[in-house]
Each structure stands twice: as C-alpha cells, then as structure tokens.
Ligand binder design. Structure first.
Ligand code: AMP
Ligand code: MG
Length: 625
C-alpha cells in the first residue's frame, strides 16, 4: 500500500472561533480564498481523502467538495471531539488531523509523521518545532493516529477528558521535529489575519514552501507555473466603461440579468401557432386562420379549438398556443385555413420560452471573463449600457544587452537588432495591457537599477529579456535580488531554462518581475507558458492555457525529465483529425521557424520519444489571448 492510501485527512474546523470574535475561523478570507481552502489544498495531495470537521456553516464547508462531519459529541467539545468523529468514519488505517487555521502546513507532514510512527512502532505521531534558544513547541493537533484507537479516545471523552495531550498519556506517542516553525503558525485573531493578509504581501518563500522537494535549480514547469500563479495578485481598481469599450477587458463583477431574455414565449419559425392538443393523431386536421402575428407586434389573438394564428419568427406566442407548425410542413394552405397531416408536428415544437436564453436575476456573465464579441451582444440584449471592468494592467518592458541595437542604428560588428522588444510588444498588446516600452538597457549596474526602479514606479509588472542565464553578467541578477523578493530558476524545459521571477519595490511602489531569457524563441516560450497566465491573473481573469490534442505526423526525439516546446504547423489531416508537424530548425535563437509555425507542440516532463502517429498536446498561437 502506498503511504498516501493508508491515511485519511481531517481538517479540524469545529471550534467556536472565540478568539476571532465568534466568527467561523476556517471560512475567513485569506489571500484570495478561505483559510480552510488553503489547508485543503496543502493536505489533499498528502492523503487518500480529506474530510472537514465543522459544527457551523456546514453547507459552506461542503461547497469545497469534501465530506463535512459535525462532532458526534454535543457542545463544542474541542479538537478531540472532531478527532473522535473522524476516527469513527475513517476507512483507512490512519487519520491525520490539521487545524483549519494553518494555511502554511508543510508539504511533508503526512510522510514524516507516518515514517516516525511506523519506524518507532508508535500509536500516534505529532509535530513539534523548536526555534533557537526557545523551548520545544509541540503541535498536537497536527497528529497522525491509528484509527483503531477510537475506543480509547471515546472512553477518555466519556470520562469528561478534553485535553489533547491527556488522552494518549498511556499510549505510545512520538514527537516529530519540523524545521520550519512558520509552517505550523496558526492564525488566531482577526487582527493577525488581517495583518498577514494585507500588510505583508506573501513572500515567495511562503509559496515555495508549499512544494515538496522544491529546487530552484531544477524546477519542473508545472511547479514554476504554480508558484507564479499563487504569488501574483490582481489589480483591485475597477472602472465603469461604455459597453463597446469593454471589448477585451476583464469583467470586474458578475452581470446579473435584469430581465428575461427573451421576454415572452415566441415562435422559432415562420408558420402557424396552434394548440398542441388539437393536432390529429391520425389522418388530417383542418385549422381556421384567425389572424397574423408579426415579430414585435403582439395582436392579443386567442385561437379556440381548431383555430390557428399565422406567425412570423420571433412573434409572441398567442395565449393558449404551445406549438408552431413551420409553413413548409403544412399539407394545404390558404389565407383562411390550413390542413395538417398527423405526425408532422409534436406538441411544443418550435416554441421558444421566455427566459430560455437568460432568466431575470441570474448571472449572465461571471466576473473574471475576458469580454468577447458575443459577450458585448449578450450584455446589449439585457439593455445594459455600461459595465464594470478591472483597470488595465500596466506592463513595462525592456531588453538588456550591450550587443543590442535598435532599428535605425547601424549594425556594427557583433551586434544584433533587438527583436525581443517587438515580440514582447506584440504579445502584451494582444493581452490588452497598457504597455511602457523602455528600450534597450546596457549591461551596466547603474543603468539597470535605474531602469528597474523606474519600471517599478510606473507599472504593475515588468518584463525584461536577457541577462538571467548562467553566463550573463552577474549584476542583472544581483540588482534584481537587491530590489526585492526575486528568485532565479533553472526550469526543466527547452528552450527557456533560466527565468527570474518575483516582486521588486522602489519608493513605495512594487511590481511583479519576469526576467525572461534573451534568446528570441526562449523569450516567447517563457512569455506564453509563464508570463501570460500570470498577467491575465493580475488583470483579474482566469485563463489557463487552451491545449489541444493533435496527431504528430513525424517522430520527435524527446528526453524524459524536462518539458520541450517545439514549433509546429497544425493542419487538418485527411481523416479530419488535426495533425501537427514540426517546423524547420528548433534552435532557440531561430525566430523564422517561430514565425512559420502556427502552434507550439508541448512535450511534457514524463514523455519520451514521440512516434509518428502519436497524439501530442498543442497550443495554437491564434486565440492565445
Ligand atoms: P542573454 O540571456 O542575455 O545571455 O542572451 C542570450 C542570447 O539572446 C544572446 O545571443 C543575445 O544576443 C540574444 N538576445 C538577448 N536579448 C535579445 C534581444 N532583445 N533581441 C534579440 N536577441 C537578443
Ligand atoms: Mg545579455
């Protein structure tokens, strides 16, 4: 049995929240989600399943998609009551508990507690930390326990025992020392929560501590993406803009429909409206035409049995009618009567219901949506003239390198024209950012610091290219690091291994920093696979990469253990299945093959060589916004 399969996780959220002023602690917002959601996210990968022990707001907890169990014991009897409930329902050998207010719990909690418990043949294991010069600090609610000990715990509770460290006095308990005391920090008061949430923006270390085996020098693509995703934060400001100006912007709040769309039941066809009950079950039936209804001109006609109304598409259904026979299905037709054969129409056919498109009071568009043409139409159909959107994201960018020349300058020996500023311009423009092009910055410490500070003071995000690889002049990295919380990664990918990421500050302003590599293809790949989603998140949108599957026309060599991105051309195969072939040279400096390509083939970490005919993931360039 794998380690994970033997452990069920239980988040203890059953307290009264006394120190938080009677609020439900687990449901307090913290960095964009509830505290319990942070705990769930960290605990779930470590165990076979997770449940929550809660005694209030059960539905809200259940909305997280895991079972919610209130205490079996009445009266908010404390964490042991939650543990008893969990042990009673536990279907695995072990139960692991963690409190709902520990959003930083360590990624190796289950693994280390289990190793200690099994290694020392103990009944339970719990965490402890010890900071230099301080006494050991036990954390008994971070506890792995054999579920079979339930009777002992129940006896203890029956006798009125409530203390966490009381019930296992006669059992074999081991303490397991963890280095990172912060990981066990629980957040007890609302003040503590607010100060953590607002005055201290998350540090990269908070986010990276979430990953087990984090190694900045060999970071898998998906881990880098996850760290970036969790670290960046959306701009808060909202502006109200005229509908047309909202195209491409990010909706800041849900749009709730003030009306039913359509407002009335109406006809989906040009034909005759009638009562479905009057349709013949065999042979034919004759209906007298009592008038005509045009779209937008309800007539107040009410057909009696055997009568019908001529109706145009969109015309309001006359009272009592529930079906429309299209003109072409009518057997005989004159101005005053029609004949319908049995079986050509079912009751209810060709009738559109009021509110079928949208019901009054329902959300027509959700906050976070990037507004497309269809959305403009939808909002217009509600009669809404202005919409709330997030303010545009300001992104500053520059290129670094003494060898770079701008268009218009002479290309002296050894120099190259700066192309990255143009590809980055294009990609940012398509995302809908406000862009600040800061030109080329020399490989010179003072110039670099000046540029980074100025970018930071004027933009929400900064994108640089060049200077972050191993061979590059060291001060680029030094200066970035000096100005803030920046990490330098070697990512398990090709092209685009080096990446600097973090947040820098200058004169009270801060900005997220993406230090992309210098090679022209690497810069685009890093932008698409790291910066793009992060910038969209900062814009308030949630837009994961839209990967498609396609058949590889040829074989592709690929080393397992890193992600490889190859430039490809996607087309329709003869059998209609999309197929992709790799374009020309894949060198990381060769922009021509990028320009010829219409997609990138994504060969994930675990994957080895691809044979002709295998299916691969593909990311189309068009529609990449
Ligand atoms: P670096 O990461 O600074 O060592 O740059 C790696 C390679 O990319 C070098 O060959 C640079 O000349 C090239 N490069 C860097 N920046 C640019 C740019 N803005 N435009 C074109 N090539 C660049
Ligand atoms: Mg350089």
């Amino acid at each position: 049995m794998t380690q994970q399969a033997s452990i069920s996780g239980l988040i203890l959220a059953g307290g009264r929240g006394t120190r938080m002023g009677q609020v439900d602690k687990g449901l307090q917002p913290f960095r964009g989600k509830t505290m319990v959601a942070h705990v769930l996210e960290r605990l779930a990968p470590q165990v076979a399943s997770v449940a929550i022990n809660a005694n209030q707001n059960l539905d809200t907890y259940a909305a997280l998609g895991v079972p919610v169990w209130p205490d079996d014991l009445a009266g908010f009897a404390g964490p042991l009551a939650g543990m008893e409930t969990g042990m009673r329902r536990c279907e695995t050998e072990f139960l692991l508990t963690a409190p709902c207010d520990s959003p930083f719990l360590p990624p190796d909690l289950a693994e280390r507690l289990l190793a200690a418990l099994c290694g020392q043949d103990a009944d339970l294991a719990f965490a402890m930390t010890q900071e230099p010069g301080q006494r050991p600090q036990p954390h008994p609610v971070f506890c792995l326990v054999k579920a079979s000990l339930l009777p002992i715990l129940s006896d203890y509770l029956q006798e009125g025992g409530r203390r966490m460290d009381g019930w296992y006095r006669d059992l074999k308990a081991v303490e397991v020392r963890f280095e990172d005391a912060d990981a066990f920090r629980n957040i007890n008061t609302l003040d503590e929560l607010h100060s953590l949430d607002t005055t201290r923006a998350p540090r990269l270390a908070d986010v990276t501590s979430c990953l087990s085996g984090y190694d900045p020098d060999a970071l898998p693509v998906k881990d880098a993406q996850r760290i970036i995703r969790e670290f960046v934060q959306p701009v808060q400001a909202v502006e109200q803009v005229a509908l047309r100006s909202a195209l491409g912007r990010v909706l800041a709040r849900d749009i709730v429909s003030p009306i039913n769309v359509p407002a009335h039941d109406n006809s989906a066809m040009d034909g005759y409206a009638l009562r479905g009950a009057d349709l013949p079950s065999d042979g034919q039936a004759r209906f007298n035409v009592i008038g005509t209804v045009y779209a937008g001109k309800p007539m107040g006609l009410v057909p009696a049995q055997g009568e019908c109304v001529r109706i145009m598409t969109g015309g309001v259904m006359p009272d009592g009618c529930d079906s429309v026979i299209p003109q072409e299905f009518v057997a005989e037709e004159s101005d005053t009567a029609i004949v319908i054969a049995a079986g050509v129409l079912k009751p209810g056919d060709n009738r559109r219901f009021a509110g079928e498109d949208l019901k009054a009071g329902s959300a027509a568009l959700a906050a976070g949506k990037v507004i497309r043409p269809a959305d403009l139409g939808l909002v217009a159909s509600l009669g809404i003239a202005e919409v709330p959107v997030r303010r545009r994201l300001r992104v500053a960018f520059f290129s670094t390198g003494d060898e770079l020349r701008s268009i218009g300058q002479a290309l002296d020996e050894g120099s190259v024209y700066d192309s990255n500023r143009y590809t980055i311009y294009g990609m940012l423009q398509r995302l809908g950012c406000d862009i600040i092009d800061m030109g080329i910055v020399r490989d010179d410490p003072a110039a670099l610091e000046e540029a980074l500070r100025s970018a930071c003071e004027n933009a929400d995000a900064i994108i640089t290219s060049g200077g972050v690889s191993v061979g590059a002049a060291d001060y680029t990295k030094q200066i970035m690091a000096r100005l803030g919380d920046v990490t330098f990664w070697k990512i398990g990918m090709r092209p685009g291994r080096p990446l600097a990421f973090g947040r820098i500050a200058s004169n009270g302003h801060s900005a997220f920093l993406f230090g992309l590599p210098g090679n022209p293809v690497a810069v685009m790949v890093s932008f698409y696979f790291f910066a793009r989603e992060a910038l969209l998140r900062m814009m308030g949108a949630d837009a994961p990469l839209p990967l498609l599957r396609a058949r590889s026309v040829g074989a592709i060599r690929k080393k397992p253990g890193r992600t490889e991105y190859q430039r490809g051309i996607l087309a329709q195969g003869e059998d209609g299945v999309p197929q992709v072939r790799i374009t020309g040279s894949q060198g990381s400096g060769i922009l021509r093959s990028m320009s010829e390509a219409n997609c990138m083939v994504v060969l994930h970490d675990g994957q080895g060589n691809v044979s002709a005919g295998d299916m691969v993931d593909v990311l189309m360039f068009e529609g990449l916004v």
